[in-house]
Design a protein around this ligand. Sequence first.
Ligand code: SF4
Ligand code: SF4
Length: 485
Amino acid sequence: MSANNSIPGMGGGTNLLKLPVIGDFLRWRHSRMFLQSITLVIALAMILHGLFGPDLAPRNLSTLFTWVHYRGILVLILLVAGNFFCMACPFMLPRELARRFTKPVRNWPRWLRNKWLSIGLFVAILFAYEYFDLWGSPWWTAWLIIGYFSAALLVDAFFKKASFCKYVCPIGQFNFISSTVSPFEVKVADPDMCLTCETKDCIKGTRDPNDHDNVIQRGCELALFQPRKTGNMDCTFCMDCVHACPHDNVAVATKVPGSELWEKTRRSGIGRFTNRKDLSVLALIFTFGALLNAFGMVSPVYAFQNWLAGVLHTTSELPVLATLFFLMLVVEPVVLLAAAAFGTSKWTATHEKLLPVVMRYSYALVPFGFGLWLAHYSFHLFTGIWTFVPVVQSVLADLGIPLLGEPMWRLSGMQPGLVYPLELGFLSLGLLGSLLVTYKISFRDYKARPWQAFIPWAILCVVLFCAALWLLNQPMEMRGTFLGG
Ligand code: SF4
Ligand code: SF4
């Protein structure tokens, strides 16, 4: 790596913006719109095919791209780079166009400036996915995408800044929390430069010197002030701060994946992690939601649901699914977290209340949760990676553009057995990450008895890992792919 790519005064980490090609592209003022235009065209094709194409999920672009390709590619990009999906998010493009004609005047309500709404929507999407069998319904999936476009447009038509991204979007929250374990972050290159900076354009935006009301380059709409920004939480990688800084002082730089999960600093636009109940709950829903979503995929879930239906004396799916969600997203976490927090509180002889202990350690579970999402989604991606080829061929043939002859319906992907070692690797990486964050938090907050604080949470991490391992070894439902046909 050339010395030119590194960041002065920051331990020599790599700055993506200084790399040839990638750096030139990211610095290009229209890079975001370019990526958004591509994803917008794909999203529109998915909507049209979902509404008017075949009902069979593996042969429809909306279900195939959403539930097989998009999710897998998303988590892999988060693993190797960062939150580049938010950068390329197609839902923001109609909003950008609308803002050329009308400027919102309202601020997002103060009581909603947190993650509670988006957490509720995240759970609602997980629930709808199971209840409406979204992976098998092109029509519903198309409407989900339409709903997303409408919600983003509506919220940002009324409210200033990036209210939808920061406070509403469940995909955004998934990306924000996942990107805490990504290897890149947008950050200041030289902190000393910021000390003498008078304009602070990275947050305020750049104004036309002749017309002060005219903002010619936005500052951070997510309220992240570069000199006090820590990590990737709430950052959409939009590059506005990069373009706004007059001193070329913003980098897309390497970081230690997961390190922001144990940092106790006060973060710009976020505050302290340890004081944010909503962020703690987001981290927990992210982790236990990974278990729930994977559980919904394996055969034993049907036996369990049948048993639940018998206990509840019902044949309706709604109460059974609601009970399953309550057990896995409320009862299970409460019992396990309370047990671990009790152990830490007692063995360290601090006799703290359990809630603050849980809030502190909730972030330690994120790497494990991400490892499980990664294992799950990459399984679908790799076992169905080529399935898009015949579907695109058949769409083009319907449009009178036959490509490479008859659609190659036999194309699929890797055999599940070959993907298994990869899943195991992702899961193990997640466990190691969680153990490392647990260790760091314990040595940060319990200097007198760090190991006594560490052990209960390490046991919890291993218990969750064993549960996930058991899930990976169950017969999987090959939802939305030809293997499941
Ligand atoms: S990042 Fe740039 S604009 Fe922001 S405070 Fe630092 S030097 Fe100023
Ligand atoms: S402007 Fe804000 S959200 Fe966009 S890349 Fe910079 S810090 Fe992240």
